[in-house]
Design a protein around this ligand. Structure first.
Ligand code: KG4
Ligand code: ZN
Length: 414
């Protein structure tokens, strides 16, 4: 009470609205005032235009998203210039919607955080130039965000997860295993040497023409594979997980895609159907490719856990594995990972699906994390550029390979 009246005293002169604004951004907690940080996050690295306002306690005050998935499904993949145009058409509205629904006045923001790396150049450019104009107008600090760092830290908005923890990011554009030691302190343990698992599943789904399947026509490729796999028998085709001999934590999915491609061509001949028609064996193929994908991801993750434990990089009693990205919403893959975390006595955490896929909340939250840690908060944006390619953290994948850890065989009874 004393603090309230003192504060009111200090702000007795300015207009009432100003005082009200001031009071709104202060929290009176256990008698001590603390500045409530508010960050606007903006994401345009790929095919989602997203924005959100998040406070430092993890409250999502407002959010908005425009997904381009439907447009890109029709063209059979993302056309960068189309993505750019759609970001341009939607960014102003999306940011406005996030701000209006948050009831936060732009002047109350502590900073604007925006994805500037990695991603599609044309898409990143739209978010960056919009944000630079915005911070210039509002005279607010700017926090450039690494998209993968944001995915990795999202879990801390929801759960109390201390550093260090292990993160597996699997989506249409990403595939990596990293140890998160701090807000911007990552050890990269492994990554895909070619395409990401979501990209592979999308290609398989396209090759199977699942968009014409009545049950899957509106689903992303990965979701369609998961859906159809439930009706199939994974043992019908013998598809081996890739890289079984390589004792590292890297991934590869393009070989798997080609194997499946050959199976589909063969089956089309056998079933006497044309490319573009739905195979009778489509569900068996979906089940087999999903199983091989799950086993591959599980094995690399298992090795990463063993490596971290061996080097005492993770707490022996409280090791946490966080799994995120669009592919993390696949329940079959999650079950495979559960088998691994049960065997290694780790805790498995996954953000809910809407926070696993690209969104503005994770960018705003990454801004909060950076503000709190005091890292990468810019008051001068001169020379800021987007970076389509940008590795995450320090790459120790060679060291992981040299350790050549043999992973005990686990029964993948999923
Ligand atoms: O994280 P995200 O929205 O975007 C990026 O790629 O960054 O992930 C989209 C990817 C797509 O490849 C999609 O096919 C895949 O995630 N995906 C799934 C599932 N839902 C989405 N893959 C497997 N199983 C799912 N249930
Ligand atoms: Zn992403």
């Amino acid at each position: 009470m004393l603090i309230l009246s003192k504060t009111a005293g200090v702000f007795s002169k300015p207009a009432r609205r100003k005082t009200y604004e001031f009071l709104r951004i202060f929290n009176f907690h256990s008698g001590k005032p603390f500045l409530h940080k508010l960050v606007l996050g903006i994401e345009t690295s790929c095919d989602d235009t997203a924005a959100a306002v998040v406070d430092e306690t993890g409250n999502v005050l407002g959010e908005a998203i425009h997904s381009q998935t439907e447009v890109h499904l029709k063209t059979g993949g993302i056309v960068p210039s189309v993505a750019q145009q759609l970001h341009r058409e939607n960014i102003q509205r999306i940011v406005q919607e996030a701000l209006s629904s948050s009831k936060v006045c732009p002047s109350e923001l502590s900073a604007v955080a925006t994805t500037i790396k990695p991603g599609l150049a044309l898409s990143l450019g739209v978010g960056l130039s919009f944000s630079l104009h915005l911070v210039d107008q509002l005279k607010k600090p700017f926090i450039p965000i690494h998209h993968m760092e944001a995915h990795a830290l999202t879990i801390r908005l929801l759960n109390k997860v201390d550093f260090p923890f292990l993160v597996l990011l699997i989506s249409g554009g990403h595939c990596l295993l990293a140890l998160v030691r701090g807000v911007s302190d990552f050890l990269l343990l492994g990554k895909s040497l070619d395409i990401a698992p979501g990209d592979m599943l999308d290609k398989v789904a396209r090759r199977l023409s699942l968009i014409k399947h009545p049950e899957c026509s509106t689903m992303s490729g990965g979701k369609a594979i998961e859906h159809l796999a439930k009706q199939g028998n994974k043992l019908h085709f013998d598809i081996k997980p890739p890289m079984q001999r390589a004792k590292n934590c890297d991934f590869s999915f393009s070989g798997l895609q080609h194997v499946v491609d050959r199976i589909i061509t063969q089956k089309e001949k056998e079933e006497g159907i044309q490319k573009g028609e739905i195979l009778a064996s489509a569900a068996h193929i979906a089940a087999a490719v999903q199983h091989a994908t799950a086993c591959h991801i599980a094995k690399r993750t298992h090795r990463a856990i063993l490596f971290c434990k061996q080097r005492r990089l993770l707490s022996p009693s409280n090791a946490v594995l966080v799994v995120s990205g669009g592919v993390a919403s696949n329940l079959y893959i999650r079950k495979a990972l559960e088998i691994v975390t049960n065997a290694t006595e780790c805790t498995l955490l996954c953000p809910p699906p809407r926070l696993c896929t690209d969104n503005g909340i994770m960018i705003a939250w990454n801004g909060i994390e950076r503000l709190r840690a005091g890292v990468g908060v810019l008051h001068n944006t001169e020379g800021i550029r987007y970076e389509p390619k940008c590795p995450l953290g320090v790459d120790v994948s060679e060291e992981v390979g040299e350790a050549a850890i043999k992973v005990p065989r686990l029964k993948m009874d999923i």
